[in-house]
Design a protein around this ligand. Structure first.
Ligand code: ADP
Ligand code: TYD
Length: 220
């Protein structure tokens, strides 16, 4: 019925918000599916371990293809079937992560090429709303350190990499203002959840009775 995705740099607080939203929707009696990327299926979780292994040498194009392979499997095996049975699907990261991290962070492909590539990878599935949680890279790093996060292969990247990723997210939000909602991630967890919840309530009102409202649209 509805696909909601969360995006942001590592440590921005998006998983916290994805989980809170999932709990709130369930409390209100909705059937949901919460998945993370890369992951969510056996193949995708195995690809995830390869991608995040600290010492593995991964060519940037191989990285792009592996993240995308994990996504294709997740969409086919879990997301589409859940949407078809009327669930609200929440995805912690989706193809905007690939545009930001591989496209801009690694400079492996330009946004136009990626746009049509993502369409093939997801068979045209487009989120109804994407919540972009924005924090400065220093805050994000401090949050990860506070968590005792030892750091995976992606998190070993320097500040410049994260600056490029954050700038790419901001550019995506400018390009897709109807889909991507920018949120100031420096606000409190509760305040952010409040803003997201109001938006979701409005979306649920609009989408009542119109499943797949945006699937296949060209607003990638
Ligand atoms: P991400 O999924 O973006 O990597 P998480 O949701 O796992 O980030 O949050 C990283 C850490 O920051 C966690 O310890 C979480 O409790 C904390 N955190 C999340 N949101 C906020 C916030 N708005 N303000 C302060 N700390 C936060
Ligand atoms: P994860 O531990 O799930 O990070 P987070 O809690 O921040 O979501 O690790 C996922 C990592 O993979 C994260 O550094 C972002 C990166 N990533 C990409 O580079 N490209 C992608 O397409 C996706 C989905 C994730």
């Amino acid at each position: 019925m509805i696909l909601l995705t969360f995006e942001g740099i590592d440590g921005s607080g998006k998983s916290t918000q994805a989980q809170l939203l999932n709990e709130r929707l369930q409390e209100e009696g909705h059937e949901t599916l919460l998945v993370r990327e890369p992951g969510g299926t056996e193949l995708s979780e195995r690809v995830r371990s390869l991608l995040l292994e600290p010492a593995l040498n991964v060519h940037p194009m191989a990285e792009l293809l592996l993240f995308s392979a994990a996504r294709t499997q997740l969409v086919a095996e879990r997301i589409r079937p859940a949407l078809e049975t009327g669930r609200i699907v929440i995805c912690d990261r989706f193809y905007d992560s690939t545009t930001a991290y591989q496209g801009a962070g690694r400079d492996v492909a330009d946004p136009e090429w990626l746009q049509s590539f993502h369409r093939r990878v997801t068979e045209g599935l487009v989120p109804d709303r994407t919540y972009l949680v924005e924090v400065d890279p220093e805050t994000a790093r401090a949050r990860r350190e506070e968590d005792g996060d030892e750091g995976d292969r992606m998190e070993a990247e320097d500040q410049h990499f994260y600056d490029r990723v954050a700038a790419s997210y901001a550019a995506l939000a400018e390009e897709h203002p109807d889909r991507i909602l920018r949120l100031d991630g420096h606000r409190s967890i509760e305040a952010l959840h409040g803003t997201i919840w109001s938006d979701v309530e409005a979306l649920l009102g609009e989408n009542r009775g119109t499943p797949f409202a945006d699937a296949g649209s060209s607003d990638l």
